[in-house]
Design a protein around this ligand. Structure first.
Ligand SMILES: Cc1cc2nc3c(=O)[nH]c(=O)nc-3n(C[C@H](O)[C@H](O)[C@H](O)COP(=O)(O)OP(=O)(O)OC[C@H]3O[C@@H](n4cnc5c(N)ncnc54)[C@H](O)[C@@H]3O)c2cc1C
Length: 465
């Protein structure tokens, strides 16, 4: 007879759910995860990982096409889209299987099926693992799905969501991407690198709307140089479908309307939480703006019910989901000194070319919050390693509170910045001030030296500029 009684039962096996399960098991809690599709969730199957595999192919293709600038020759450079996609799926499959092994290793019970709250401490599962389960603590980690705008309903053929965009059968000649958040911009980079005519339509005045204005502006210039057409302060009013393509009517804030024809469209206008059909209403679990309302420990308004990850609201990032999972089960286990998740210290990365990475307050937000700021900047143009790599476009920007020297935010655009940002994340977590950062020794030659120089610049001490 299968086990049906647990200390912790988690609905959803994405990076929120499976990481929470491992940590719960480490803490000696009898744990189960209910998953209706594949372990690893969107992140491993349809998000972070497969997109990075696709982007690796497009980056290499770009580098090979530019072999001449490195004194190399690469003749007949081409690509096989089916193989590019196959590799991405294989990378995803490998990691998903890995999560299965981790569940076994940690003695977490995996229940195949769809879970629903069925009363206090109760979860009903339909599907292969059908049954009634009990748990003292139930964590909702059901994730999110693409937001659908009226008139832009994805049909999987002409209008894609990220699901179809990740497994194209044929490279379209032209593509309209609606929405310029991380997902939209990563697809813009991928498709443009393979020669697709890409138009990005963004409702707000700035692409990558959550990023620092200056950084987003520099990124935009680079994208436009690569031939990506960007229209901001604009909305897609309607779409007319034809046999193998569509025409979008795009209205700009200035009142100007234009028709843009393309073979395919990707709707990348955000995601909505999977809050339906999980039994929230029966228990009276509060939702707002399409997500479950939870505190810094994942606790909802109903005792014994928790929410983590995308279903608990932004930022919609895998590492945020995982961290929330860890904090949630540590609190459940009664560990001392568990800190609530501090959203300000969650880094965000976009793996386009050039990459974008940030943590903390943007310059605008810092000023809006009343900080007197000191801002440091250091361009890739002046960094030896960047020049040697052939990647001399980009900027590292740091923002400090002028009165206290507290690092308020760091923002970067350029090659490999997604690997650099963690230095500033650690610094912010340690409540580092400019003094410690200035005294730290950075290895030479590295891109990380720009982090140092940016801090020095904020205090009028920059060396290589
Ligand atoms: C194209 C794309 C690229 C992305 N790139 C990045 C990136 O580079 N970095 C980053 O940090 N984030 C990225 N994200 C976001 C990231 O994927 C999500 O933030 C992350 O997956 C959220 O984790 P989660 O555990 O909350 O939910 P999910 O990963 O969505 O997992 C939820 C799981 O719950 C299951 N489920 C739902 N309802 C039920 C139910 N009733 N019963 C049983 N199972 C259920 C689902 O099948 C799913 O497996 C990307 C997203 C997309 C779409």
């Amino acid at each position: 007879m299968a086990d049906t009684d647990f200390d912790v039962l988690i609905i959803g096996g994405g990076p929120g759910g499976y990481v929470a399960a491992i940590r719960a098991a480490q803490l000696g809690l009898k744990t189960a995860v209910v998953e209706k599709a594949d372990l690893g969730g969107i992140c491993l199957n349809w998000g972070c990982i497969p997109t990075k595999a696709l982007l690796r192919s497009s980056e290499l293709f770009h580098t090979m096409e530019n072999a001449g600038s490195y004194g190399l020759s690469a003749k007949g450079v081409g690509f096989d889209l089916a193989k590019v996609v196959e590799r991405s799926r294989a990378v995803s499959g490998r990691l998903t299987r890995g999560v299965g092994h981790l569940m076994k290793k940690n003695k977490v019970t995996v229940i195949d099926g769809e879970g629903k709250l069925a009363g206090p401490g109760k979860v009903a599962v339909t599907g292969k693992g059908k049954g009634d389960y009990a748990a003292r603590h139930i964590i909702l980690a059901t994730g999110a799905r693409p937001r659908v705008l009226p008139g832009l309903e994805p049909d999987k053929k002409l209008i894609w969501t990220y699901f179809e965009a990740m497994v194209p059968e044929k490279m379209p000649k032209s593509l309209i991407i609606v929405g310029s958040g991380a997902i939209g911009i990563e697809f813009a980079s991928f498709y443009r690198a393979f020669g697709v005519e890409v138009t990005v339509v963004e409702m707000l005045p700035q692409i990558l709307p959550v990023e620092d204005e200056e950084i987003a502006g520099l990124a935009r210039k680079q994208f436009e140089k690569q031939g990506i057409r960007i229209i901001t302060s604009a909305t897609v009013k309607s779409v007319d479908k034809v046999k193998n393509g569509l025409t979008a009517t795009v209205e700009e804030a200035k009142g100007k309307t234009q028709q843009i024809a393309a073979e395919r469209m990707i709707s990348a206008v955000g995601v909505v939480g999977n809050v339906e059909d999980v039994g929230l209403e029966a228990l009276g679990v509060k939702t707002a703006n399409g997500v479950v309302v939870a505190d810094g420990f994942g606790r909802t308004n109903v005792a014994g019910v928790y929410a983590i990850g995308d279903v608990a609201g932004p930022p919609l990032l895998a590492h945020k989901a995982s961290h929330e999972g860890v904090v949630c089960v540590e609190k459940i286990a009664g560990l001392a000194d568990v800190h609530p998740v501090d959203k300000l210290k969650i880094p965000g990365c976009t793996y386009c070319r050039p990459q974008i990475a940030s943590v903390g307050l943007t310059e605008k937000r810092a000023r809006e919050q009343g900080h007197q700021v000191k801002v440091g900047r250091f361009p890739f143009l002046a960094n030896g390693k960047a020049i040697a790599l052939g990647e001399d476009q980009g900027l590292v920007k740091t923002i400090f509170d002028a009165a206290t020297g507290q690092l308020l935010g760091a923002h970067m655009v350029g090659a490999e910045v997604t690997e650099l940002i963690q230095g500033f994340v650690v610094a912010m977590n340690l409540e580092t001030t400019e003094q410690e950062l200035m005294h730290a020794i950075f290895p030479h030659p590295t891109l990380s030296e720009m982090m140092h120089e940016s801090v020095l610049d904020a205090y009028g001490r920059v060396i290589h500029m």
